[in-house]
Design a protein around this ligand. Structure first.
Ligand code: DQA
Length: 151
């Protein structure tokens, strides 16, 4: 039986299109590539991952609610819902788990409507601007959060 901490990695709307969607902004890696990289990094860190994507706000809210009982932390790229969804924000506040926010692009070099994220106010921290590598940085951060290890 596995005793590894399990991290839920949630990807929001349009992230299923990675690889073909605005590659100059989001990179050429597909979400499948990112999932594979995360799996390898998680294994090296002694973590397990549950990697998901949804285009539906309510589905993401439900996943966050359910995570409370079955996961040890949440890494979330909520896509455009980061900037709009009080429902995702409320669910993250209620889940009682460490949350790390990730974005592929540097939000602060983009349109002003991307500069505010509701998710940030529910997260321990946020990583943005490093492309797909940001997910690995988020896993490194999460490994420490779930184990309360020194840096
Ligand atoms: C994104 C940034 C968001 O503003 C955008 O709506 C996305 C992707 C990112 O990973 O850079 O869908 O979350």
């Amino acid at each position: 039986m596995s005793v590894e901490p399990v991290v839920l990695i949630i990807n929001g709307p349009n992230l299923n299109l990675l690889g073909v969607r605005e590659p100059d902004i989001y990179g050429r890696e597909t979400l499948g590539d990112i999932e594979a990289w995360c799996g390898e990094r998680a294994e090296a860190l002694g973590l397990a991952i549950d990697f998901r994507q949804s285009n539906l706000e309510g589905e993401i809210v439900t996943w966050v609610q359910e995570a409370r009982d079955v996961h040890d932390g949440i890494i979330i790229n909520a896509g455009a819902y980061s900037h709009t969804s009080i429902a995702v924000f409320d669910a993250l506040l209620a889940c009682d788990l460490p949350v790390v926010e990730v974005h592929l692009s540097n939000l602060f070099r983009r349109e002003s409507f991307r500069h505010h994220s509701y998710v940030s106010a529910a997260a321990v921290g946020m990583i943005c601007g490093f492309g797909a590598h940001g997910y690995l940085l988020a896993l490194d951060a999460m490994a420490r959060l779930v184990r309360t290890e020194p840096p």
